[in-house]
Design a protein around this ligand. Structure first.
Ligand code: ATP
Length: 399
Protein backbone atom coordinates (compact mmCIF):
# COMPACT_ATOMS: atom_id res chain seq x y z
CA UNK A 1 0.00 0.00 0.00
CA UNK A 2 2.81 2.43 0.89
CA UNK A 3 4.37 1.79 -2.51
CA UNK A 4 1.09 2.49 -4.34
CA UNK A 5 0.54 5.73 -2.39
CA UNK A 6 4.10 6.85 -3.18
CA UNK A 7 3.54 6.00 -6.86
CA UNK A 8 0.46 8.25 -6.93
CA UNK A 9 2.62 11.17 -5.79
CA UNK A 10 5.51 10.02 -7.97
CA UNK A 11 7.67 9.89 -4.84
CA UNK A 12 10.39 7.31 -4.24
CA UNK A 13 9.64 5.30 -1.06
CA UNK A 14 12.12 3.15 0.85
CA UNK A 15 12.17 1.02 3.94
CA UNK A 16 15.37 1.98 5.79
CA UNK A 17 17.44 1.65 8.94
CA UNK A 18 17.33 -0.84 11.79
CA UNK A 19 14.31 -2.64 10.43
CA UNK A 20 16.07 -3.65 7.16
CA UNK A 21 19.22 -4.55 9.08
CA UNK A 22 17.28 -6.76 11.47
CA UNK A 23 15.23 -8.47 8.75
CA UNK A 24 18.51 -9.44 7.09
CA UNK A 25 19.84 -10.68 10.41
CA UNK A 26 16.71 -12.82 10.70
CA UNK A 27 15.42 -10.85 13.69
CA UNK A 28 12.17 -9.03 14.25
CA UNK A 29 12.15 -5.23 14.51
CA UNK A 30 8.79 -3.55 14.82
CA UNK A 31 10.10 0.01 14.47
CA UNK A 32 9.51 0.64 10.81
CA UNK A 33 11.21 3.62 9.16
CA UNK A 34 10.29 4.84 5.70
CA UNK A 35 12.13 7.52 3.74
CA UNK A 36 10.29 9.41 1.04
CA UNK A 37 11.92 11.20 -1.86
CA UNK A 38 9.32 13.94 -1.74
CA UNK A 39 6.90 15.35 0.80
CA UNK A 40 6.76 12.79 3.64
CA UNK A 41 3.90 14.60 5.33
CA UNK A 42 1.60 14.57 2.30
CA UNK A 43 2.51 10.92 1.81
CA UNK A 44 1.79 10.06 5.45
CA UNK A 45 -1.60 11.81 5.42
CA UNK A 46 -2.67 9.92 2.30
CA UNK A 47 -1.38 6.61 3.64
CA UNK A 48 -3.19 7.21 6.92
CA UNK A 49 -6.43 7.81 5.03
CA UNK A 50 -5.99 4.66 2.95
CA UNK A 51 -5.40 2.34 5.89
CA UNK A 52 -7.53 4.18 8.48
CA UNK A 53 -4.62 5.03 10.76
CA UNK A 54 -3.85 8.00 12.96
CA UNK A 55 -1.26 10.41 11.58
CA UNK A 56 0.87 12.84 13.55
CA UNK A 57 3.12 15.26 11.73
CA UNK A 58 6.15 17.37 12.57
CA UNK A 59 6.16 20.00 9.84
CA UNK A 60 9.45 21.50 10.98
CA UNK A 61 11.34 18.25 10.47
CA UNK A 62 9.33 16.99 7.51
CA UNK A 63 8.50 13.82 9.42
CA UNK A 64 5.31 11.99 10.35
CA UNK A 65 4.11 8.98 12.26
CA UNK A 66 1.37 6.66 11.09
CA UNK A 67 -0.06 4.69 13.96
CA UNK A 68 -2.63 1.93 13.87
CA UNK A 69 -3.12 -0.16 17.01
CA UNK A 70 0.36 -1.33 18.03
CA UNK A 71 1.76 -0.82 14.56
CA UNK A 72 3.89 2.28 14.02
CA UNK A 73 5.53 3.73 10.94
CA UNK A 74 8.03 6.58 11.08
CA UNK A 75 8.12 8.50 7.85
CA UNK A 76 10.76 11.04 6.91
CA UNK A 77 11.55 13.18 3.91
CA UNK A 78 14.90 12.16 2.42
CA UNK A 79 17.44 14.52 3.88
CA UNK A 80 19.75 15.92 1.27
CA UNK A 81 22.15 18.01 3.27
CA UNK A 82 25.38 16.30 4.09
CA UNK A 83 28.64 17.28 5.72
CA UNK A 84 31.30 18.49 3.33
CA UNK A 85 34.28 16.19 3.33
CA UNK A 86 35.72 16.64 -0.14
CA UNK A 87 37.92 13.58 -0.16
CA UNK A 88 34.98 11.32 0.51
CA UNK A 89 32.47 12.85 -1.87
CA UNK A 90 31.85 10.99 -5.08
CA UNK A 91 32.02 13.05 -8.24
CA UNK A 92 28.60 12.01 -9.52
CA UNK A 93 25.53 13.71 -8.07
CA UNK A 94 23.92 11.44 -5.53
CA UNK A 95 20.23 10.71 -5.65
CA UNK A 96 18.18 11.78 -2.64
CA UNK A 97 18.01 8.39 -0.99
CA UNK A 98 21.73 7.92 -1.39
CA UNK A 99 22.42 11.26 0.28
CA UNK A 100 20.02 10.37 3.05
CA UNK A 101 21.75 7.06 3.65
CA UNK A 102 25.19 8.68 3.54
CA UNK A 103 24.26 10.74 6.63
CA UNK A 104 23.76 7.60 8.63
CA UNK A 105 26.01 6.13 11.29
CA UNK A 106 27.24 2.69 10.20
CA UNK A 107 27.17 0.71 7.00
CA UNK A 108 24.84 -1.91 8.49
CA UNK A 109 22.29 0.88 9.00
CA UNK A 110 22.45 2.13 5.40
CA UNK A 111 20.51 -0.67 3.77
CA UNK A 112 17.21 0.24 2.14
CA UNK A 113 14.41 -1.63 0.39
CA UNK A 114 12.48 -0.01 -2.43
CA UNK A 115 8.71 0.09 -1.91
CA UNK A 116 7.49 1.55 -5.23
CA UNK A 117 5.77 -0.83 -7.62
CA UNK A 118 8.65 -0.66 -10.05
CA UNK A 119 11.56 -2.42 -8.33
CA UNK A 120 9.44 -3.36 -5.31
CA UNK A 121 11.60 -5.23 -2.81
CA UNK A 122 14.89 -4.22 -4.41
CA UNK A 123 17.62 -4.15 -1.75
CA UNK A 124 19.69 -1.00 -2.02
CA UNK A 125 23.21 -1.22 -0.65
CA UNK A 126 25.43 1.74 -1.54
CA UNK A 127 27.98 1.38 1.23
CA UNK A 128 28.66 -2.32 1.68
CA UNK A 129 26.10 -2.91 4.43
CA UNK A 130 25.38 -6.51 3.39
CA UNK A 131 29.05 -7.42 3.38
CA UNK A 132 29.49 -5.91 6.86
CA UNK A 133 26.42 -7.68 8.19
CA UNK A 134 27.87 -10.93 6.91
CA UNK A 135 31.31 -10.15 8.35
CA UNK A 136 29.69 -8.99 11.60
CA UNK A 137 31.40 -5.62 11.71
CA UNK A 138 30.45 -2.07 12.62
CA UNK A 139 32.00 0.38 10.21
CA UNK A 140 31.52 4.14 9.85
CA UNK A 141 30.92 5.61 6.43
CA UNK A 142 33.66 8.19 6.52
CA UNK A 143 36.48 9.56 8.65
CA UNK A 144 34.59 12.52 10.09
CA UNK A 145 31.71 10.44 11.40
CA UNK A 146 32.44 10.78 15.13
CA UNK A 147 33.39 14.41 14.74
CA UNK A 148 30.05 15.13 13.11
CA UNK A 149 28.24 13.30 15.86
CA UNK A 150 30.07 11.92 18.92
CA UNK A 151 27.01 9.96 20.10
CA UNK A 152 27.87 7.51 17.33
CA UNK A 153 30.73 6.19 19.48
CA UNK A 154 28.17 5.13 22.07
CA UNK A 155 25.92 3.74 19.36
CA UNK A 156 28.81 1.76 17.87
CA UNK A 157 29.44 0.03 21.17
CA UNK A 158 25.77 -0.54 21.78
CA UNK A 159 25.25 -2.25 18.42
CA UNK A 160 28.52 -4.15 18.75
CA UNK A 161 27.48 -5.62 22.12
CA UNK A 162 23.90 -6.26 21.04
CA UNK A 163 24.77 -8.15 17.88
CA UNK A 164 28.17 -9.52 18.90
CA UNK A 165 29.77 -7.53 16.05
CA UNK A 166 33.30 -6.10 16.09
CA UNK A 167 34.20 -2.49 15.34
CA UNK A 168 36.56 -2.36 12.36
CA UNK A 169 40.09 -1.35 13.30
CA UNK A 170 39.61 1.92 11.44
CA UNK A 171 36.34 2.72 13.21
CA UNK A 172 38.01 1.99 16.54
CA UNK A 173 40.92 4.28 15.68
CA UNK A 174 38.53 7.04 14.74
CA UNK A 175 36.86 6.80 18.17
CA UNK A 176 40.28 6.94 19.85
CA UNK A 177 41.33 9.96 17.86
CA UNK A 178 37.99 11.68 18.56
CA UNK A 179 38.74 11.16 22.26
CA UNK A 180 42.26 12.56 21.86
CA UNK A 181 40.79 15.58 20.12
CA UNK A 182 38.38 16.16 23.04
CA UNK A 183 35.44 15.96 20.70
CA UNK A 184 33.27 14.53 23.49
CA UNK A 185 33.50 17.78 25.45
CA UNK A 186 31.20 19.23 22.83
CA UNK A 187 28.57 16.54 23.28
CA UNK A 188 25.58 18.03 25.09
CA UNK A 189 24.58 16.63 28.46
CA UNK A 190 21.12 15.74 27.24
CA UNK A 191 22.38 13.73 24.29
CA UNK A 192 24.96 11.99 26.47
CA UNK A 193 22.27 11.16 29.01
CA UNK A 194 19.93 9.84 26.30
CA UNK A 195 22.68 7.61 24.90
CA UNK A 196 23.40 6.22 28.35
CA UNK A 197 19.71 5.50 28.86
CA UNK A 198 19.65 3.51 25.61
CA UNK A 199 22.72 1.60 26.79
CA UNK A 200 21.01 0.74 30.09
CA UNK A 201 18.08 -0.65 28.08
CA UNK A 202 20.24 -3.22 26.32
CA UNK A 203 19.94 -6.88 27.31
CA UNK A 204 23.44 -6.84 28.72
CA UNK A 205 24.16 -3.26 29.80
CA UNK A 206 27.05 -4.17 32.09
CA UNK A 207 29.12 -5.54 29.21
CA UNK A 208 28.29 -2.50 27.10
CA UNK A 209 29.34 -0.21 29.97
CA UNK A 210 32.56 -2.19 30.35
CA UNK A 211 33.30 -1.58 26.69
CA UNK A 212 32.55 2.13 27.13
CA UNK A 213 34.99 2.04 30.05
CA UNK A 214 37.63 0.33 27.88
CA UNK A 215 37.38 3.18 25.40
CA UNK A 216 37.49 5.69 28.28
CA UNK A 217 34.06 6.89 27.26
CA UNK A 218 32.72 6.76 30.82
CA UNK A 219 35.18 9.54 31.56
CA UNK A 220 32.99 11.76 29.42
CA UNK A 221 30.54 11.69 32.36
CA UNK A 222 33.30 12.41 34.88
CA UNK A 223 37.07 11.97 34.55
CA UNK A 224 37.20 10.00 37.80
CA UNK A 225 34.87 7.20 36.60
CA UNK A 226 36.76 4.12 35.62
CA UNK A 227 35.46 0.64 35.12
CA UNK A 228 36.96 -1.07 38.20
CA UNK A 229 36.00 -4.63 39.26
CA UNK A 230 34.13 -2.97 42.14
CA UNK A 231 32.07 -0.85 39.75
CA UNK A 232 31.44 -3.87 37.58
CA UNK A 233 30.06 -5.89 40.47
CA UNK A 234 27.84 -3.02 41.63
CA UNK A 235 26.50 -2.53 38.09
CA UNK A 236 25.90 -6.26 37.79
CA UNK A 237 24.09 -6.24 41.09
CA UNK A 238 21.93 -3.31 39.90
CA UNK A 239 21.19 -5.25 36.73
CA UNK A 240 20.23 -8.39 38.68
CA UNK A 241 18.03 -6.38 41.04
CA UNK A 242 16.27 -4.71 38.12
CA UNK A 243 15.70 -8.04 36.36
CA UNK A 244 14.20 -9.47 39.53
CA UNK A 245 12.02 -6.41 40.12
CA UNK A 246 10.70 -6.21 36.55
CA UNK A 247 9.81 -9.88 36.58
CA UNK A 248 7.73 -9.48 39.73
CA UNK A 249 6.30 -6.02 39.18
CA UNK A 250 5.69 -5.88 35.47
CA UNK A 251 3.66 -2.69 35.47
CA UNK A 252 5.34 -0.65 38.14
CA UNK A 253 6.82 2.53 36.70
CA UNK A 254 10.28 3.50 37.86
CA UNK A 255 13.42 5.14 36.52
CA UNK A 256 15.81 2.35 35.64
CA UNK A 257 18.44 4.79 34.41
CA UNK A 258 18.62 6.44 37.79
CA UNK A 259 19.84 3.18 39.36
CA UNK A 260 22.67 2.75 36.87
CA UNK A 261 23.65 6.41 37.22
CA UNK A 262 23.75 5.98 41.00
CA UNK A 263 26.06 2.98 40.56
CA UNK A 264 28.34 4.89 38.18
CA UNK A 265 28.61 7.81 40.63
CA UNK A 266 28.79 5.77 43.81
CA UNK A 267 32.57 5.96 44.27
CA UNK A 268 32.79 9.69 43.60
CA UNK A 269 32.71 12.25 46.39
CA UNK A 270 29.87 14.72 46.78
CA UNK A 271 31.40 17.49 44.67
CA UNK A 272 32.37 15.06 41.92
CA UNK A 273 28.87 13.61 41.87
CA UNK A 274 27.48 17.10 41.41
CA UNK A 275 29.90 17.84 38.60
CA UNK A 276 28.92 14.58 36.88
CA UNK A 277 25.19 15.28 37.22
CA UNK A 278 25.68 18.80 35.88
CA UNK A 279 27.58 17.30 32.94
CA UNK A 280 24.54 15.11 32.25
CA UNK A 281 22.24 18.15 32.43
CA UNK A 282 19.71 16.33 34.55
CA UNK A 283 16.87 18.35 36.07
CA UNK A 284 17.60 19.73 39.51
CA UNK A 285 14.84 17.49 40.85
CA UNK A 286 16.55 14.34 39.55
CA UNK A 287 19.93 15.64 40.62
CA UNK A 288 18.76 16.07 44.21
CA UNK A 289 17.03 12.73 44.19
CA UNK A 290 20.24 11.00 43.12
CA UNK A 291 22.49 12.94 45.50
CA UNK A 292 20.20 12.38 48.48
CA UNK A 293 19.71 8.74 47.55
CA UNK A 294 23.44 8.11 47.35
CA UNK A 295 23.98 9.77 50.72
CA UNK A 296 21.19 7.95 52.47
CA UNK A 297 21.69 4.45 51.04
CA UNK A 298 24.67 3.57 53.20
CA UNK A 299 23.08 4.88 56.39
CA UNK A 300 19.84 3.05 55.81
CA UNK A 301 21.68 -0.18 55.11
CA UNK A 302 23.75 0.25 58.24
CA UNK A 303 20.64 0.68 60.40
CA UNK A 304 18.51 -2.00 58.77
CA UNK A 305 17.56 -4.84 61.14
CA UNK A 306 16.74 -7.75 58.85
CA UNK A 307 14.69 -9.67 61.42
CA UNK A 308 12.34 -6.88 62.43
CA UNK A 309 9.54 -6.29 59.90
CA UNK A 310 8.23 -3.23 61.76
CA UNK A 311 11.61 -1.52 61.57
CA UNK A 312 12.17 -2.60 57.97
CA UNK A 313 8.82 -1.13 57.04
CA UNK A 314 9.28 2.21 58.76
CA UNK A 315 12.83 2.55 57.49
CA UNK A 316 11.99 1.99 53.84
CA UNK A 317 8.45 3.26 53.60
CA UNK A 318 8.12 6.63 51.87
CA UNK A 319 11.43 6.34 50.02
CA UNK A 320 11.57 6.38 46.23
CA UNK A 321 11.46 2.92 44.72
CA UNK A 322 14.74 3.62 42.88
CA UNK A 323 16.45 4.34 46.16
CA UNK A 324 15.12 1.14 47.74
CA UNK A 325 16.25 -0.92 44.74
CA UNK A 326 19.66 0.72 44.77
CA UNK A 327 20.09 -0.11 48.46
CA UNK A 328 19.14 -3.68 47.69
CA UNK A 329 21.75 -3.82 44.94
CA UNK A 330 24.38 -2.14 47.08
CA UNK A 331 24.35 -4.46 50.06
CA UNK A 332 26.38 -7.66 50.05
CA UNK A 333 24.58 -8.87 53.15
CA UNK A 334 22.14 -11.51 51.95
CA UNK A 335 19.91 -11.10 55.04
CA UNK A 336 19.53 -7.39 54.33
CA UNK A 337 18.86 -8.07 50.67
CA UNK A 338 16.16 -10.51 51.73
CA UNK A 339 14.67 -7.95 54.13
CA UNK A 340 14.40 -5.36 51.36
CA UNK A 341 12.85 -7.85 48.98
CA UNK A 342 10.39 -8.82 51.73
CA UNK A 343 9.48 -5.14 52.03
CA UNK A 344 8.91 -4.82 48.30
CA UNK A 345 7.01 -8.06 47.84
CA UNK A 346 4.90 -8.03 50.97
CA UNK A 347 5.31 -5.40 53.65
CA UNK A 348 4.80 -2.28 51.55
CA UNK A 349 1.36 -3.50 50.47
CA UNK A 350 0.05 -4.04 53.97
CA UNK A 351 -2.67 -1.62 55.10
CA UNK A 352 -5.18 -1.69 57.93
CA UNK A 353 -8.56 -2.79 56.66
CA UNK A 354 -10.36 -0.47 59.03
CA UNK A 355 -11.13 3.01 57.77
CA UNK A 356 -11.90 6.23 59.62
CA UNK A 357 -15.62 5.45 59.46
CA UNK A 358 -15.03 2.11 61.18
CA UNK A 359 -13.26 3.86 64.05
CA UNK A 360 -16.13 6.35 64.27
CA UNK A 361 -18.56 3.42 64.43
CA UNK A 362 -16.52 2.09 67.34
CA UNK A 363 -17.23 5.35 69.15
CA UNK A 364 -13.82 6.97 68.70
CA UNK A 365 -14.11 10.58 67.70
CA UNK A 366 -11.95 11.78 64.80
CA UNK A 367 -8.63 13.40 65.70
CA UNK A 368 -4.90 12.76 65.93
CA UNK A 369 -5.72 9.58 67.83
CA UNK A 370 -6.74 7.99 64.53
CA UNK A 371 -3.28 7.93 63.04
CA UNK A 372 -1.84 6.43 66.21
CA UNK A 373 -4.45 3.67 66.12
CA UNK A 374 -3.83 2.97 62.45
CA UNK A 375 -0.10 2.76 63.06
CA UNK A 376 -0.69 0.27 65.88
CA UNK A 377 -2.91 -1.87 63.65
CA UNK A 378 -0.37 -1.67 60.86
CA UNK A 379 2.49 -2.75 63.11
CA UNK A 380 0.48 -5.73 64.34
CA UNK A 381 -0.25 -6.69 60.75
CA UNK A 382 3.42 -6.36 59.80
CA UNK A 383 4.33 -9.01 62.33
CA UNK A 384 1.43 -11.14 61.23
CA UNK A 385 -0.58 -10.84 64.40
CA UNK A 386 -3.70 -9.41 62.77
CA UNK A 387 -5.29 -10.76 59.63
CA UNK A 388 -8.99 -10.05 59.25
CA UNK A 389 -11.09 -6.95 59.74
CA UNK A 390 -12.82 -8.56 62.71
CA UNK A 391 -9.47 -9.17 64.35
CA UNK A 392 -8.62 -5.50 63.81
CA UNK A 393 -11.90 -4.45 65.45
CA UNK A 394 -11.21 -6.68 68.45
CA UNK A 395 -7.70 -5.24 68.67
CA UNK A 396 -8.98 -1.65 68.65
CA UNK A 397 -11.56 -2.44 71.32
CA UNK A 398 -8.76 -3.65 73.58
CA UNK A 399 -6.60 -0.56 73.11
P1 ATP B 1 17.37 0.19 17.38
O1 ATP B 1 16.19 1.10 17.40
O2 ATP B 1 17.06 -1.25 17.21
O3 ATP B 1 18.37 0.48 18.45
P2 ATP B 1 17.92 1.52 14.93
O4 ATP B 1 18.99 1.33 13.91
O5 ATP B 1 16.50 1.50 14.48
O6 ATP B 1 18.20 0.48 16.04
P3 ATP B 1 17.50 4.23 15.77
O7 ATP B 1 18.22 4.96 16.86
O8 ATP B 1 16.04 4.03 15.86
O9 ATP B 1 18.27 2.86 15.67
O10 ATP B 1 17.86 4.97 14.42
C1 ATP B 1 17.24 4.67 13.20
C2 ATP B 1 18.21 4.88 12.06
O11 ATP B 1 18.62 6.24 12.01
C3 ATP B 1 19.50 4.08 12.21
O12 ATP B 1 19.40 2.82 11.61
C4 ATP B 1 20.52 4.95 11.54
O13 ATP B 1 20.51 4.70 10.16
C5 ATP B 1 20.00 6.35 11.75
N1 ATP B 1 20.65 7.03 12.89
C6 ATP B 1 20.22 7.09 14.16
N2 ATP B 1 21.04 7.82 14.93
C7 ATP B 1 22.03 8.24 14.14
C8 ATP B 1 23.20 9.04 14.33
N3 ATP B 1 23.51 9.53 15.53
N4 ATP B 1 23.96 9.29 13.25
C9 ATP B 1 23.63 8.81 12.04
N5 ATP B 1 22.58 8.04 11.80
C10 ATP B 1 21.77 7.75 12.82
Amino acid sequence: IAGAVADEFKFGAYLVGGCVRDILRGEENLDIDIVIEGDAIAFAKKLGEEIGAKVTTHERFGTAQVIKKDFKLDIATARTEYYESPAALPKVEMSSIKKDLYRRDFTINTLAVKLNKKDFGLLIDFFGGQRDLKDKVIRVLHNLSFIEDPTRAFRAIRFSERFGFKLTRHTENLIRSAIRMNIFEKLSGTRLYDELMLTFDETNPVKALKRLGDYELLKVIHPKISFSPELESLLQSVHDTITWFELLFLNEKYDKGMLYIMALLYKLNKEEREVALNRLSVTSRLKNKILNGLNAAKNILRGLKPDNPIEIYHMLEGHDIEFILFSMALTNDSEKKKAISHFLVKLRGIRPELKGDDLKALGISPGPEYSRIFKKILDEKLINRLHTKDEEIEFVKKL
